[in-house]
Each structure stands twice: as C-alpha cells, then as structure tokens.
Design a protein around this ligand. Structure first.
Ligand SMILES: [Zn+2]
Ligand SMILES: [Zn+2]
Length: 446
C-alpha cells in the first residue's frame, strides 16, 4: 500500500493533523487525534478534512510541542496493531516534524532522550500509550534518511530582534542559508540558496521602530497593486527587522531581499528560540540562529504585487521610506559585536533605525486642520493621535506617466512627548514589545 495515496487530513474542529488507520481486511481508512496531543475541546470526535484546506496546528510528532524547528524524512512507516476490531495499520508516511530538542535526540539516535522529552513536556500517557509511542520513536530512528531541514511550520512565540544585535543575527542567518541544513519554501534550490545567502551576507541592515512598524503593517493591508522599480528599494540587498511582529498571522519579525536582473526575491522570517531552557536555547542559537524562513516570494521584473503578497508589509515599509515619511539614524550596535567585527578585520557594522519624521505640533491646533469625526483630542493636548491613512496613486517619471502608491499623511499630531491616543478611527499603537529575555521567560510556547 502506498501511503502517498491516502491524503493527509486534519481535524476541522481543532486543526490538529490526524493519524490515519487502514483496516487491512476492508481497506477502510479511519482517522483519530494523534496520541499525546491535547485537543480542544476535550474529547471531541475528529472531523477530517484535507490538510491543505485548513490552517493546520502542526506539532512536534514526538512530544506535541508547537515550536517546530526541523522537518525530517524517513522511509515509509506503518504500524500494525491487532485490535478487537481486527488488524489495523497506522500509516505515518515519510515526513516528520520535530521540535528543537526532539530533532537533536533523533539525529543522535537517542531514544531515551526522546522518551524523556515526551515525559517532561508531553501530555500524560498510560503505560500502553507510552509503549506504543516508543515503538513509533524506534521505527523513526531506524528509518531516518539523511538531510534534516529547517521547518517553516508550527508556531513559535514571536520575539522581535533588538536593533543592537542585528549584525550578529544577520551573520548567523547568512551561515544558516549557506550551510548544510535543508531549507523550506523552495529555498533549497542551489541557485536560489546561493542568491539569498549571498545577499544576506552583504545586506544593509534596517530596524523599524514601533510606530513606523505599526504604520507599515496597517498600511500593508490596503496596499494597491504596485510595480516596484529599483529606486523604491532603500538598498539593493537588505535585511530589515520590525519592532513588533507583522503580517496576517503576526509572526514575521524580519525580511530580507535581493534584487537584480532576475527581479526581486523576498524572504520573511519568524523568530525562533523563545521559551526554551538556557542550554537548548544556546544550542539553537549556534545551530540555527534567531530567524527561520516563514514565507518566500519571487517577483519577476515589472510584475505587480499587492496586499495579498507575502511581501506586502515589506513593500509598504519601503514605499513609506521612499516617500520620505521616515527619517533614519544610526543605532548603537552592541559593544561585544562591534569588537568581534574589529577583531576579524571587518568594517564596523551599521544598523539604520527607521522612524517617522518629526511631527509638527503647531498644525494640530490650527483652525483649518481636518479632524476625523469623533476623534477630537482633549485640550490641552495630552496625547498624540493618528489621522487615518489611505493610499493614493501618485504620478511620476517621464511625462508623469508612471504611477506609484503614496500613503496619504497618516500624521502623528499633537505634542511629541505625549503618549499616542487610541481613537475610533485608527487602532491603538502597540506598546513596545517586551525585551526578548522577558519574552523567553514567559515562554508562551508550552
Ligand atoms: Zn479535533
Ligand atoms: Zn518534540
């Protein structure tokens, strides 16, 4: 029986990928929630649907953790069970997801390590359940094929990258992209890999401050169809980190781009590592780094992209920089990183902080300034507030025949030293994210 003939299914109710059982006599396929995964609501019946129709809640196949770091391949694995109803075969297939600790145990053939991880971090199992899982662990270890890859699935708590360590984060990412581990999302193609790794290695570094991040993220949602030209990009190759997570799933913390005759290639990254204990966290930083690819898109020269593109927030950020809504200042890079660059004879690392250009408080009180209805600021001005932003097409170029989206004045008005006020028109700007140390202690992962 070919396991590829049976579609992978997930539960419509809880989005967990389901285990498949095949009755050897009748050939009938049944689906159950996998052993060792907490399902919500507790005790519901599985409602199978093809996996690509559901935003699946992927978990580590070995302990149930959502923080998946690796995908691995084995020869096809099926487990035969004699039950009261007859002989059943569970088809596990060939593709496996592993959290960082389980991935390490698998690659070291460490069955006891896997069991310990499951015992400590997985759900409680009775003796029979634990024995069944061990059989599965053993089968995987024995059938493992070479070539683990970095995973783009699962869910890590999003932890923004601090500006001061961005050069180090970039160097680690360039090593990962140029290294031996497989890459997801089509990035494994040798040509693409070399292109992306090379551009990250020489990338200009940008860190987008919280207000500018909020503006770009919300403006991206209504980004009109846009054809980019090289002048729209703040640099031919770059790595840009946002002060808080962006994108439709709020899980992107950075993006890199390379441009050339082939057009534009953009990779969006999620943060990895949050919530791991100190020792595995340090190993993860050494083996994988801070960032993992989450989305990848190639834009051929002249092709338009819009709000539905995985690169939408990056493009909105560029357009706002290009239309001079932004000002950039150098950021102080961590002393240890600067020294390390100096020791290896590299030029001092530069990170550019991008923030919204200075405000003009006098305009806020002038009589002619239009204000959104119901958004009258208190007097005297105790707050700053946003005016609702919208895109317009701006004519430019020879004979003003070209069009480029231009975000119309989402100004921050009011005194610069005051907090920004929530309004009925525009949602409140997010508070500054917690420092990564605190975020990892909170460990939302499990
Ligand atoms: Zn379910
Ligand atoms: Zn695991």
């Amino acid at each position: 029986m070919n396991p590829d003939d049976i579609p992978r299914m997930a539960c419509r109710t809880c989005t967990v990928p389901l285990s498949r059982y095949v009755d050897l006599t009748t050939g009938q396929v049944t689906y159950t929630h996998p052993l060792g995964v907490d399902v919500d609501p507790v005790g519901h019946d599985p409602d199978p649907a093809p996996m690509d129709e559901i935003d699946t809640r992927q978990v580590c196949d070995f302990c149930g953790d959502e923080r998946i770091a690796y995908t691995l391949r084995t020869t096809p694995i099926g487990v035969v069970a004699d039950t009261g109803r007859g002989r059943l075969v569970e088809q596990y297939g060939t593709d496996w997801s592993a959290c960082f600790p389980c991935g390490g145990h698998l690659q070291a053939n460490d069955l006891d390590g896997l069991s310990e991880q499951l015992r400590q971090y997985g759900p409680p199992l009775d003796r029979q359940g634990a024995a069944a899982v061990r059989v599965m662990h053993q089968a995987v270890v024995q059938s493992l094929l070479p070539g683990a890859a970095v995973a783009a699935i699962g869910r890590w708590p999003a932890t923004p990258v601090p500006a001061g360590i961005l050069p180090k984060v970039r160097d680690r990412l360039a090593t990962l992209l140029g290294g031996a581990l497989g890459l997801p999302l089509g990035l494994d193609d040798p040509q693409i890999r070399a292109d992306v790794a090379g551009s990250v290695a020489v990338a200009r570094l940008f860190w987008i401050d919280p207000e500018f991040t909020e503006l770009a993220d919300s403006a991206a949602g209504s980004l009109p169809a846009t054809t980019l030209t090289p002048v729209d990009l703040p640099a031919p190759h770059g790595l840009l980190a946002w002060a808080h997570p962006v994108g439709p799933r709020a899980d992107l913390v950075a993006a890199s781009w390379s441009s050339g005759p082939h057009g534009l290639r953009v990779v969006g990254y999620r943060s990895i590592g949050a919530g791991l204990p100190p020792t595995p966290l340090q190993q993860l930083r050494e083996q994988l780094g801070w960032l993992g690819p989450r989305v990848h898109t190639h834009v051929p020269p002249g092709a338009p992209l819009d709000a539905t593109s995985p690169a939408a927030v990056l493009v909105a950020t560029w357009l706002l920089i290009a239309q001079r809504l932004a000002e950039t200042t150098p950021v102080e890079v961590d002393k240890a990183i600067r020294k390390a660059y100096q020791r290896s004879g590299r030029p001092a690392p530069e990170v550019r902080l991008v923030r919204i250009r200075g405000t003009n408080p006098t305009r806020a009180t002038s009589a002619g300034t239009p204000r959104p209805a119901g958004d009258r600021p208190p007097t005297p001005h105790e707050y700053r507030w946003w005016v609702k932003a919208h895109w317009r097409q701006l004519a430019y170029g020879p004979g003003r025949t070209l069009r480029r989206p231009f975000l119309v004045v989402p100004q921050v008005r009011g005194p610069k030293d005051k907090p920004i006020k929530a309004s009925t028109v525009v949602r409140m700007l997010a508070a500054a994210p917690p420092p990564p140390d605190q975020a990892s202690r909170d460990g939302a992962g499990r």
